[in-house]
Write a protein that binds this ligand. Structure first.
Ligand code: S3P
Length: 439
């Protein structure tokens, strides 16, 4: 696999495309299908390295999984108590979602497990999950707060009420999954709404999940019933093209079958506040998740203060939003986004470094960034940026070339395949002058 992208400046985005399946939903389809009774058939599955890691972990836990073939997967569920321990460590690769949700799921098992990950995942915080699980009676050891994580069989888990200190769907999901194995009713209160795919999908598997305001509740001891899951295209992958078509003059692009779950559409709200022209067409519901086709045409963007309430609803899209901000007229201020520092890379530091390398006036702050947008004309100078092995950073700078005054070289791009297999070919097809390189 190549480890760099070379992107020529300019161009516009036209035509139509369907980006790969939603990563959050693909992980959960495997996990919940594995502990359900019966066969779960998945279509539109993300065949990216992260979701494949989850698949391989469940195979190691004794679950038969057929596929993926053209996005189709069949999970032969083993039931809530049917997983088998694996003597070998379970490798989550680059996938934080896999590791954190697995911690919750494995906390209530009768066997011991060790979870490991790649270099980036091995630096990411796991105490945020280990701590509430320990309160439920789980026996979990991290390595100075990070992976590897060792999970030993616990006597019995007890339900808790957890007041989450940070807005994290992964933490919420881990506690709820452990709650399935706990005595009593587990409740989680979130400080701000976060993606609710766990709640929606568990409901689809026949589990009773309640919500009152910001609190989710679930009683232990429920079984999951296999179901069919149609995974929509990932709005987090569509985000690069929403920004790209917005910033590249003359663009008119249709993004098909995009997941429009209201806990994920912050990117559309933010771009619209900046003046973007995004039109949802053919809105429908597919397997408990809203979906639409999105028509996006270029627009003159203006800088804004991003409302903090939208931050958790667009948390994975900030690398792309920073690129949009650099092209907008005037200043954009992002705050309340300190979670960006603990993603696949420190996305505040890495984006600021890359933007500055391309001549953008970007100032990182502890919880966000201040960017002075260039307005009309090229917003980026020719140059090189390092993605620090972060897929979303690599794809964001690829899109920046649409408004650069010369070629961009983006290094360390191999991890793009974790969430968006085939990204270079897809981007090229709609108008990005990208080629793969070894650098
Ligand atoms: C995810 C939750 C978010 C997000 C990640 C996927 C999920 O992480 O950044 O890419 O599928 O639950 P946090 O829970 O850490 O905010």
């Amino acid at each position: 696999m190549s480890n760099a992208f070379r992107v020529l400046p300019g161009g516009r985005l036209t035509g139509r495309l369907r980006v790969p399946g939603d990563k959050s939903i693909s992980h959960r389809a495997i996990m919940f299908g594995a502990i359900a009774d019966g066969q779960t058939r998945v279509t539109g599955f993300l065949e990216g390295a992260d979701a494949i890691s989850t698949m391989d972990v469940f195979r190691a836990l004794g679950v038969r999984i057929d596929g993926p073939v053209d996005g189709r997967v069949t999970v032969h569920g083993v039931g809530i108590d049917g997983l088998r321990g694996s003597a070998a460590p379970l490798d989550c690769g680059n996938a934080g979602t896999a590791m954190r949700l697995l911690m919750g799921l494995l906390a209530g098992q009768r066997f011991e497990s060790t979870l490991v990950g790649d270099e980036s995942l091995s630096r990411r915080p796991m105490r945020r999950v280990a701590e509430p699980l320990a309160r439920m009676g789980a026996r979990i050891e991290t390595t100075d707060g990070c992976p590897p994580v060792r999970i030993r069989p616990a006597q019995a888990l007890a339900a808790i009420h957890y007041d989450m200190p940070m807005a994290s769907a992964q933490v919420k999901s881990a506690v709820l999954l452990a709650g399935l194995y706990a005595d009593g009713e587990t409740t989680v209160t979130e400080p701000a709404p976060t993606r609710d795919h766990t709640e929606r999908m568990l409901t689809g598997f026949g589990v009773r999940v309640g919500r009152e305001g910001s609190t989710v509740r679930l009683a232990g001891g429920q079984r999951l019933r296999a179901t069919a899951i149609d995974v929509p295209a990932d709005i987090s992958s569509a985000a690069f093209f929403l920004v790209g078509a917005s910033i590249a003059e003359g663009s008119d692009l249709l993004l098909e079958h995009v997941g429009m779950n209201p806990t994920r559409t912050g990117i559309i709200d933010i771009l619209r506040l900046m003046g973007a022209d995004i039109e949802p067409l053919n809105q429908r519901e597919v397997g408990g998740e809203p979906v639409a086709d999105l028509r996006v045409r270029s627009a003159r963007l203006r800088g804004i203060a991003v409302p903090e309430s939208l931050v958790p609803l667009a948390i994975d899209e900030f690398p792309a939003i920073f690129v949009a901000a650099a092209c907008a007229e005037g200043r954009t201020v992002v705050s309340g986004a300190e979670e960006l520092r603990v993603k696949e890379s420190d996305r505040i530091a890495v984006m600021a470094e890359g933007l500055r390398a391309l001549g953008v006036d970007a100032t990182p702050t502890p919880d966000g960034m201040v960017i002075e947008g260039r307005g009309e004309g090229p917003a980026f100078h020719a140059g090189e940026v390092h993605s620090h092995a972060d897929h979303r950073i690599a794809m964001s700078f690829t899109i920046a070339a649409l408004r650069s005054d010369g070629p961009l070289l983006i290094r360390d791009t191999a991890n793009v395949g974790t969430s968006f297999p085939g990204f270079p070919a897809t981007a090229a097809r709609v108008g990005v002058a990208i080629s793969e390189a070894d650098a």
